[in-house]
Design a protein around this ligand. Structure first.
Ligand SMILES: [Zn+2]
Length: 371
């Protein structure tokens, strides 16, 4: 028997795990990994942080674990001298991951699952960091990858994807045209879809972000973490990780998890405030969170509410200023990462974050790929 199942987050239907299963067979809902209670009880008997990290994961057989040394990214204090910031700010340098973004922990787990289930070739659609990460981890696992990208995607990101040996499929048209072509191709050649936006394995791998923060002896557990949110993979993974640590009694409080989007594309913020969603056609510099209809939208809102966080949006000008501030502190991140600092200013302004509190900003992607 498996030590976990894939559970529908809408109707709770349990499914036997496989790599290609992305939706509930009953209601088409999104799936999450859930461990069996007997497995969890076994871990509880020998409880430690390390046991959790090693064992609360879907692929435990070392033979199938695919890794490039992702995670354990540095945490560094951001100097706020001379600014009007009155919080204790910590940056977690997610861009120090092997392919330059936070995607690597989740993709490592997703590709480990692909290897475990005997997948030989996958398809993925991404215009940037996720495509690069999937291409790299698939390469090291000996899995052929096809990455579908919009034809106008950034040249530096496409060069990285190609360099890993992936087959790059450039598609004219909108982002949804790219996904449509991917589905046609996948069906035609009977391939597996390694979707970072939906795969339960991707979210599960991202839990390590939370463990790393809780384990780090050099920093206090932050009261607030501010996430750039597109598909919500890092926020949801962090939440699962902190929840496990909380339920196992290894942390006493949950940090508040906040979501920041560009006001040009902000379906999460709109749903958080009004439940009304109409399509937006804006183009933001924060390409990593330019997602018009995130498949896990309802789950993201639930997590924000449950941790007493907030969903907010910021302007392009605020994002540009925030990136400049971070760069002048030696932190060369992409615009998508800079929305976290812009979000801090807004959360302080609306009274959500107070003077003297500890706030962690995940700097999710490197600035090097943005040119
Ligand atoms: Zn269901």
């Amino acid at each position: 028997m498996n030590h976990f199942q894939l559970i529908c987050i809408d109707c709770n239907e349990a499914h036997n795990p496989s790599f290609e299963l992305l939706r509930c067979s009953k209601c088409d809902g999104i799936l999450d990994v859930r461990y069996s209670s007997s497995y969890i009880e076994g871990i509880r008997e020998n409880l430690s942080f390390n046991a959790l990290i090693e064992l609360m994961t879907p692929i435990i057989d070392k033979e199938f674990i695919v890794s490039l040394g992702e995670g354990n990214t540095p945490c560094t204090e951001i100097s706020t001298v001379g600014s009007d910031i009155k919080q204790h700010l910590i940056a977690k340098l997610e861009y120090m991951n092997p392919t330059g973004s936070f995607k690597d922990r989740g993709v490592a787990t997703m590709i480990s699952a692909a290897k475990y289930y005997g997948v030989k070739e996958i398809v993925e659609d991404s215009s940037g960091n996720a495509g690069a990460s999937v291409a790299a981890y698939a390469a090291t696992a000996g899995i052929k990858s096809n990455i579908f990208v919009p034809s106008n995607a950034a040249g530096s990101k496409l060069a990285q994807i190609s360099a890993y040996g992936a087959v790059v499929h450039k598609i004219d048209g909108s982002r949804s045209d790219v996904t449509e072509k991917l589905i046609d191709y996948k069906d035609k050649f009977d391939l597996h879809y390694g979707s970072h936006a939906i795969s339960p394995f991707f979210i599960e791998g991202n839990k390590r972000f939370a463990y790393e923060i809780a384990l780090n002896p050099e920093i206090d557990l932050p009261q607030h973490i501010i996430f750039p949110v597109g598909n919500g993979g890092l926020l949801l993974g962090a939440w699962k990780g902190f929840m496990e640590l909380f339920l196992f009694g290894l942390i006493r409080e949950m940090p508040k998890l906040h979501s920041v989007q560009s006001e040009l594309i902000d379906p999460i913020t709109r749903a958080y405030y009004s439940d009304v969603f109409d399509s937006q056609e804006g183009v933001t510099l924060a390409t990593g969170i330019s997602v018009k209809s995130p498949p896990r939208l309802n789950q993201i809102i639930e997590v924000i509410n449950q941790t007493k966080g907030r969903a907010i949006s910021i302007t392009e000008k605020q994002m540009i200023d925030a990136k400049e501030f971070l760069c002048h502190k030696g932190l060369y991140c992409e615009y998508t990462s800079a929305v976290t600092l812009a979000g801090l200013h807004k959360l302080v302004e609306i009274g959500e974050i107070n003077t003297g509190q500890t706030v962690l900003l995940p700097l999710t992607g490197t600035g090097l790929k943005e040119n």
